[in-house]
Ligand binder design. Structure first.
Ligand code: SF4
Ligand code: SF4
Length: 104
């Protein structure tokens, strides 16, 4: 095999490998898109700082309820969970460890 042919083969092999990785990453992305999450708030631990409301990048999930709790602040709730991307920001940034995101 000539040197130029070897180079061509190496280049072709490299492109094939790159395409294989790309296809694998794409199927992972599709899988992530089809995942569902539940978001639970432990009302006993929550202190009403509303960080979760501020950090969630998806509109319409966290909200502040009208009712004032026995601790003297308005509770947070999570709805429209089909919109949750599972980014975990709410769970990671809650200072009271009161948010749990579960992959279902
Ligand atoms: S971040 Fe945690 S403590 Fe703060 S409002 Fe949300 S659930 Fe409650
Ligand atoms: S996991 Fe991300 S998208 Fe889902 S509720 Fe928490 S912050 Fe919002």
């Amino acid at each position: 095999m000539k040197r130029s042919e070897t180079q061509n083969y190496t280049e072709l092999h490299r492109k094939t490998q790159n395409n294989a990785v790309g296809t694998e990453q794409m199927s992972e992305a599709v899988k992530a898109k089809n995942r569902s999450f539940v978001v639970e708030i432990n009302q006993e631990w929550c202190k009403g700082c509303y960080i979760c409301v501020d950090v969630c990048p998806v509109e319409g999930i966290f909200h502040i309820e009208e009712e004032v709790s026995d601790k003297g602040f308005r509770r947070v709730g999570a709805v429209n969970l089909e919109r949750c991307t599972g980014c975990m920001l709410c769970e990671l940034l809650c200072p009271d460890l009161a948010v749990f995101v579960k992959d279902i």
